[in-house]
Design a binder for this molecule. Sequence first.
Ligand code: BYC
Ligand code: FE
Ligand code: FE
Length: 483
Amino acid sequence: MTQASETAQQPIDYSQHIPNNVDLANDRALQRALERWQPAFLNWWEETGPADSTRLQVYLRTAISVDRDGWANFGYVRMPEYRWGIFLTPRDEVRKINFGDHKGEPAWQDVPGEYRSTLRRIIVTQGDTEPASVEQQRFLGATCPSLYDLRNLFQVNVEEGRHLWAMVYLLHRYFGRDGREEADALLERRSGDPNKPRILTAFNEKTSHWLAFYMFTFFTDRDGKFQLCALSESGFDPLARTTRFMLTEEAHHMFVGESGVARVLQRTCEVMHEKKLTDPAQVRAQGVIDLETIQKFVNFHYSVTLDLYGADISSNAASFYTGGLKGRYEETKINDDHSLASDSYAVQEVENGRIVDKQVPALTALNARLRDDYTQEIQAGVDRWNRVPEKFGMAFRIVLPHQGFHRKIGNFAGQYVSPDGHVLPQQEWERHSAEWLPSEEDHAFVASLMHRVLDPGKFANWIAPPTRGIKNLPIDFEYVRFD
Ligand code: BYC
Ligand code: FE
Ligand code: FE
C-alpha cells in the first residue's frame, strides 16, 4: 500500500467485493484473506443476526464517503446484501502520539513489537462486543412496535456488523497469523453461551424486549462511544482512524436509545395524565409501562454498563496509557502534561462500611476517570428524559443509582450498596432488590406488551411515535418492505 493512496480524500471503492477506502486491491494477500473471512461472516449473520429478515427490504443508510458531510446514502437494501466494508478516516500525515512515554513521536503506522499482544487484545475485546450486541438483539424484530423502530433496529445491527469488520481488518492487516485466528474466533463465540461466551459480561446478558433494547442502546452503546473515543487517541494510527469513523455511526445508536426511552416515558405519562392515575398497577392495566419499572431498568442497565469500564484501579489501564495505546476521553483537549506521572484522581471505595473518596495516582485510575466522563453524559441524557414527566406536571424523576449499586467489577464488587448510596448487609440488600432491579415478573409484564406492529405510521400502545421520521421522511413511510 503506497502512502499516497492512503492520504486525504481516498474515496470508498464500491466496485470491489469488499467496499473499502484502504486500497485493498493493491494488497492481494490481505484481500484474499478477508475474502475468505467474508463468507464466514455472512454465515454468522445468517445464524445469529436478525431472525427472519433475509427477504426484507430495509430503508438503510450506507456509508459512501468518510467526509464529515454527506457520508451516508439512503435506500432500500436486503440486509444480507448490505455493503459491509472497511472505512478509515483520512490519514493525517503529521499526526503525533499525544500522551504517555512516546508523546511527541510520530504516530505508528505499524504495530510496535513490544505492544503487539496488548494491542491485539484491546482490538479483540472491542471487536467482540460488536457481534455480541447483534446476537443479543436477534429476536427483537418479531415484536417491533412499528416499522420505524424495526428499521432502526436493523440499522444498528448492520452497523455493529460493520464495526466487527473494522476490527477484523486491523487483525488481518497488522497481526499476521494470530490476527487471522482471532478474527475467526470473533465469529465463534456467542453471547450468553456458557461454553463460548462473549468476553465482557454485559454482552452475555439478554436483550429480550424493546425496553431493554432502548436502555442498551442508551447506556451500553454509549460505553462504546467512550471506549472508541479513548481508542481514537491511540498512537497506533490505523486504530485511531478506524475508531474515528465508527464514532460517526455510534451517534445514531445512542439516538435510538435516548429517543426510545423518551417515547416510552411520553406514552406512560400521557396515559397517567389522561386517566389521572398514579398507582403502578393501574398504569400497567392500561397497557403501558409504569414509571417505577422504567426506573428499575435504568438501575440495571446503568450498573451493568459501569462494569464495562473495568476495575477503578487498573495497572492494565495505566500501561495502555503510558504505552500510548489508549488515551483519555478528549485527550488532546485536556490541558496538562499528558503523562499523569504525578497527578492524582479521586475514586470511591468502601471503608468500614462507608463510602469514602480516596485520592490515588491518576495513572492507575484511568478506567474510573473514563467512567466518570461517561456518567456526566448519561446524567445529561437522563435530565432530558425528565423533561417528559415535568411537562406533564408530574413529580416523578428518573434518578441514576449510586455508582456502587449492583456492581460486579471494581471497588464496589462484593459490596451491597443501595441505589441511594448506603452500604447494607447482604440480607437487607437482597430483601429490597426486587424494588430496585427488574424481577422476572417485571420482565414478563414488559414482554407481555410486546406485539408486532407493521402498519406504516402505527405504533404499539406502550410507546409514543417519534417526533420525526428518518431523513425527514414522514413517520408513516414504509421503512421496511415485506415483499
Ligand atoms: N467483564 O484491569 P482491569 C461497544 C477483566 S462497548 C469481564 O480493570 P482493563 C459496544 C479484564 O479483561 C466498548 N471481564 O481491565 C456497545 C482483566 O483480565 P485479566 C467495548 C472483565 O483491561 C454496544 C481483569 O478483568 N470496548 O463497543 O483495564 C454495542 C482486570 O481488569 C471486565 C472496550 O471495552 C468485564 N466487564 O479494562 C456494540 C475497549 N472488565 O488481565 C458495541 C477495549 C474487566 O486479569 N477494552 N475484565 O485477564 C478495554 O479497554 C479493556 O479491556 C476494558 C477492561 C476497559 C474492558
Ligand atoms: Fe459498535
Ligand atoms: Fe453501537
